[in-house]
Design a protein around this ligand. Sequence first.
Ligand code: ATP
Length: 448
Amino acid sequence: MAAKADMEKIVSLCKRRGFIFPSSEIYGGLSSCWDYGPIGVELKRNVKEAWWRAIVLERDDVVGLDTAIMMHPRVWAASGHIDSFTDPLVECKSCHLRWRADAVEGTKCPKCGGELTEPRMFNMMFKTFMGPVEEEASIVYLRPETAQGIFVNFENVVTTSRKKLPLGIAQIGKSFRNEITPGNFIFRTREFEHMELEFFVKPGTDKDWLDYWVKERFDWYVKLGIKKENLRVRQHGKDELAHYAKDCYDIEYLFPMGWAELEGIANRGDFDLTQHSKHSGKDLSYYDAEAGQKYIPYVIEPSAGVDRSVLAFLADAYDEEEVQGEKRTVLHLHPFLAPIKVAVLPLSRNEKLVPLAKEVFKRLCSTFVTDYDDSQSIGRRYRRQDEIGTPYCVTIDFESLEDRQVTIRDRDTLAQIRVPIEHLEKVLEAKLKGEAFDASPLWATRQK
Ligand code: ATP
């Protein structure tokens, strides 16, 4: 039976197994800042890699980019962020806690019941100073989205990549937002990672491309194992649209605290390139040789959060099951996302078993992210691997010394097959790519 993951259980599993720790924990932590541990960093890398592959490497109409976090301050004037990247803020007159106005129901402070001030607009960009003098002229901002790094490089990329429209430019990187009410673990933080694609198209084709990208992005989550019934698409009402957007859809996920945005897919029209053309004095229009026309392209932007996706993948994979009278917690992560693909587990620390187990580890670790563990009972080691979502455990027992065969255990079905060591890489590779676990080749005899 699938247990609906609650947030406390996920946070506790993340801490216990090395996915995610509170930042600066030995100093009491820093509000809403989190660090990825040894297991979490692998999961996060895999999420980014899955996105990069689907968006950049497996297409011929998208290229990648990696731009600086700090940009010329005029970028943010042109993009509208200095004037419009604001949230309405209310403050409690008694306890002075501040809230995002649209997150509070009624006129009383949710914490102490005190009276709230009228909303005022609060700019969410982090400001700092570049260089040694703290003066108005040296103010720079930490980017609140990676998109602007793409827009200001549009011309550089078009001329150097020699590609025609439609052309996408993709980037993964840190963004910073001084959120008024961060929270829900890694759902909303002030420092987070974005995965953004700006897909430049001919005006008039933008509606079709928006539909196309909504579907592509929805399918990406499903392909990576998120249950369809936990995803939905919601179109923004006119009053909700960001200052740059003509139209926008959210892909929402049923998070432990309820339905919430996982990714936004916006039609930014020609807003950004037009603004940067005006403010920089550089003509950013595109010459379409086929149509014999010059125009400012429209932009479709699928914009996803790495951390929010990590949370969705964790919540969706989380399960508590009863196995042979015992309770186990397991993450049914898609093999591509699983932080560790294979765990090599000698039955015990017996001096004869360990060298063979080490030999197996050595064989596998250059091909798969592999864990070696010989501490504690085999049962406890299986439970640890289940909790971090390791698809396969390879066990070395005394028979292995005789026949050079090892047992592979499947995380989801708990089925086991016995495989000669010399075929291990091939078998694991096929299973990780989705071959049925019990599709045993002739030489692999089913054990149980
Ligand atoms: P929200 O309405 O939740 O504040 P948004 O509409 O401002 O989000 P976008 O600007 O569309 O968000 O950013 C795209 C994606 O970036 C979001 O769908 C989310 O996955 C991620 N994201 C945005 N803000 C944060 C944040 N503060 N912490 C973590 N992820 C975020």
